[in-house]
Design a protein around this ligand. Structure first.
Ligand SMILES: C[S@@+](CC[C@H](N)C(=O)[O-])C[C@H]1O[C@@H](n2cnc3c(N)ncnc32)[C@H](O)[C@@H]1O
Length: 248
């Protein structure tokens, strides 16, 4: 699906919300319903318009949830700072997406299992997850492959913090770096994994070709490089992801 830029998504959302207002005024006049039920009607109509106009699932959810959430917030008598904290938490998760163009969506458990097949069982190796999110993948792999060292690099502050806290129980076998993976050299790693988005893939291809050692393994989830992969595994998860294996 073609990605709609943020400002255009915002403009479409305003349209969707205006439609939601129109529908809820009509419904209120004809049926007399009000309160939470009316804001759900508003959210559902705005969400339908957002979906119909091909906004991304995140924008559709925002359009749907905004009014019911505002109603709940107003009536739940939450402390004044609650909304501020919520906004701060969301910023700590999502602000880097504006620059990276790569939102967080996790690899599936079936993808974890497909990745495992490429990791040595009987010799030490180093693995890096470029954009490790909340660190679930590196921690899972560390449990399954005791001889490996697993590094996760993540730019979004809150996911990086959670990944780091998670990594504590693995000692030095799981290392989380808060920062931009473009700045990390890849020459130390026998296995590099990336689940990103179409935009950065040409740059990833160039970086890996320059920095990864000959004979090392590059695993790409869903967004292949321009050159043919040595192996391509169809992973039967909910998104029908494909794991591409490149020998460098
Ligand atoms: C699609 S998610 C994948 C998460 C995890 N690797 C997994 O497979 O479950 C991509 C992650 O990469 C992170 N990311 C994108 N660009 C980045 C960059 N330049 N440096 C560090 N992290 C980045 C995003 O914040 C997001 O959490």
């Amino acid at each position: 699906m073609k990605r709609i830029p943020p400002l255009q998504s915002l403009a479409i959302s305003i349209l969707a919300q205006t439609f939601g207002f129109g529908v809820s005024i009509l419904v209120a006049n004809f049926s007399g319903i009000s309160g939470l039920l009316l804001s759900i009607v508003h959210g559902a109509s705005a969400g339908c318009v957002a979906g119909f106009l091909r906004l991304s699932p995140t924008w559709v959810v925002v359009n749907m949830a905004m009014w019911p959430a505002a109603w709940l917030y107003k009536h739940a008598a939450l402390p004044n700072q609650a909304l501020l904290w919520l906004v701060l938490v969301l910023l700590l998760i999502y602000v880097p997406t504006y620059w990276t163009r790569v939102p967080f969506y996790p690899s599936s458990r079936r993808m974890y299992e497909a990745i495992l097949e490429f990791l040595p069982q009987d010799q030490p190796f180093k693995f890096i997850d470029l954009g490790c999110g909340y660190g679930a993948l590196v921690c899972y792999l560390a449990k399954q492959r005791p001889l490996g060292i697993f590094v996760g690099a993540e730019l979004a502050p809150l996911p990086a913090l959670i990944a780091w806290l998670r990594s504590r129980s693995y000692g030095s076998r799981v290392q989380i770096t808060w920062g931009n993976f473009w700045k990390l050299p890849l020459s130390d790693y026998q296995v590099v994994y990336a689940f990103l988005a179409p935009d950065p893939m040409p740059q990833i291809e160039e970086k890996c070709a320059h920095e990864m050692k000959s004979g090392s393994t590059l695993l790409i989830n869903s967004f292949p490089l321009s050159r043919p992969a040595q192996q391509q595994i169809d992973v039967p998860d909910e998104r029908n992801c494909v794991l591409y294996y490149y020998r460098m």
